[in-house]
Design a protein around this ligand. Sequence first.
Ligand code: CO
Length: 335
Amino acid sequence: MDQDLKIQLNAAADRLCRASEGLAASAYALSEDVKTATPALREAASIGVWTGGNPALAGWENRTAVLVLAFGTTYRETRAKTIEAVEDAIRRAHPDFPVFEAYTSHIIIDRVWKKEGIRKLTPEEALERLAAEGYTRAAVVSLDIIPGLEYDYNRLAVRRYADRFQALSLSTPLMYYQGTEGRPDQVVEFLRALSGQLPPAGPEEAVLLMAHGTPHPANAYYAVIQDRIRELGLNHLFVYSVEGRPDLDDVIPRLKETGIRRVTLMPIMLVAGDHAVNDMAGPDPDSHKSRLEAEGFAVSAWLHGLGENPAVRALYVKRADEAVAALRTLGTAEK
Ligand code: CO
């Protein structure tokens, strides 16, 4: 990436992230005027890092573990370079606690078992095992990119185990807060982390950021990412998704309008697995690469997951720090 662009990006990102560092872990506070908060209202107001636990276990010995939840992948090489690299970074940042992992994709768990004979755990199995092995406190770290369906699953699974722990917390995903109410703009933080892996862009070149896409309302994050791209002046970046909107058909006319002739396809997924290797860059005529080439674009592909980016790993370490910190501030755990 060229130096001017980098300076411009850093200045703009600093402005957008201003003064809001450190607030990520603080949850939304209900107004003191609410005299009759019910458990459901309290839970709905617990925006940010989720915390829970069983106050009856407060007297138990403190034994803390960190549990990392990833969607998972059957691609061994990318698994080591992405998911396991993030886990290692968290491990280095928290040498006092053992770091465990679980996969949220039950299909991937089955495939990894059949293909490699490796038994990955579901979030529920991992939490069950931690409780059975005598851990009384656990900081759960989500490696999700946005708070979509997978993150909902993490949240619900963790909540179901709150009774088994003295204290339990769940981090926010990579992007969560959007700069409102004094919270950090984590979309800008993400774009700043991504900037280090962007190729230098000439006037007719664009980078297409391939997101996953989802029927979950969190699909709207992609519009926010594109908005912050505009605010940062990174006019050659376009977000599209495999399974949501915007999709490739939404983006192609905009590329043509702006005179783009060369594009780099880049996944904004933790791993460079099946979606990146096949849907994005595969040889089939319906891959994104083939479709863009058929439209006359010169296409190159960036086949690295976000977990390979040290700045993105640092953001996940920050999410882990926040979950551990939330655990520490949880005195007598609130239910
Ligand atoms: Co998928």
